[in-house]
Ligand binder design. Sequence first.
Ligand SMILES: Nc1ncnc2c1ncn2[C@@H]1O[C@H](COP(=O)(O)OP(=O)(O)OP(=O)(O)O)[C@@H](O)[C@H]1O
Ligand SMILES: [Mg+2]
Length: 227
Amino acid sequence: MTTVLELEKLTKTYMMGAVPVEALRGVSFVVNQGELVSVLGPSGSGKSTLLNMIGALDHPTSGTLRIKGVDVSSLSDNKLAETRRNIGFVFQFFNLIPRLNAQANVELPLAIGGVSRKERKARAEDALRSVGLGDRMTHKSAELSGGERQRVAVARALVTEPSFLLMDEPTGNLDSKTAQEMIDLVVDLNSKKHVTVIIVTHDAEVAARTRRTLRMRDGLIVSDEVN
Ligand SMILES: Nc1ncnc2c1ncn2[C@@H]1O[C@H](COP(=O)(O)OP(=O)(O)OP(=O)(O)O)[C@@H](O)[C@H]1O
Ligand SMILES: [Mg+2]
């Protein structure tokens, strides 16, 4: 089994002026290729902080973080940006560009990566079809429902074929039926396309749909269970 992610005693302390805030207090776990993992915990337990570290968006204070065997805990900002290309992000607030249509939004990470126009188009179309939006490619994001917007965000995260997909409360802004459909999609992408997914949530129902759940409290993982 290929390991995509390894954390060893990872900590993150934010300084609020002179006051340290220990958001992560020593987190260790391993995620293998193809896993679907949820991170469940109350507000303030450190879930987003953890995701930001895994996503190479910020430096940990101490400990080791390996992405596909590469220790990224002490990389320079430039190298960190390179690592980030291996990672797909989906956020609570979709973060699409409103005046671009679905296809152009999904093509964006490829445009930054210097892929030819023809290939960009083909790959964006594939990604949109894989999230069930083959018939919405030319809709601007304002012309899409919340659930559809989040699907576009998933397609955009997948179009670069990342090592893993990180989702921070992807259902937080969706009604319960649409949230259910989003989780169905994630479960489907994981089982059919073997996309490795780490999904942060404070919703136990969402967590129950994933194979493995890490529970967080006060900056620590307090349990690691198979559902
Ligand atoms: N940039 C920051 N500077 C200072 N403190 C921070 C910063 N980001 C987070 N914190 C603090 O770290 C702790 C963990 O925050 P984090 O955002 O990781 O929680 P969370 O589990 O994602 O919560 P939520 O469910 O509300 O999103 C909190 O006490 C928070 O106030
Ligand atoms: Mg959060």
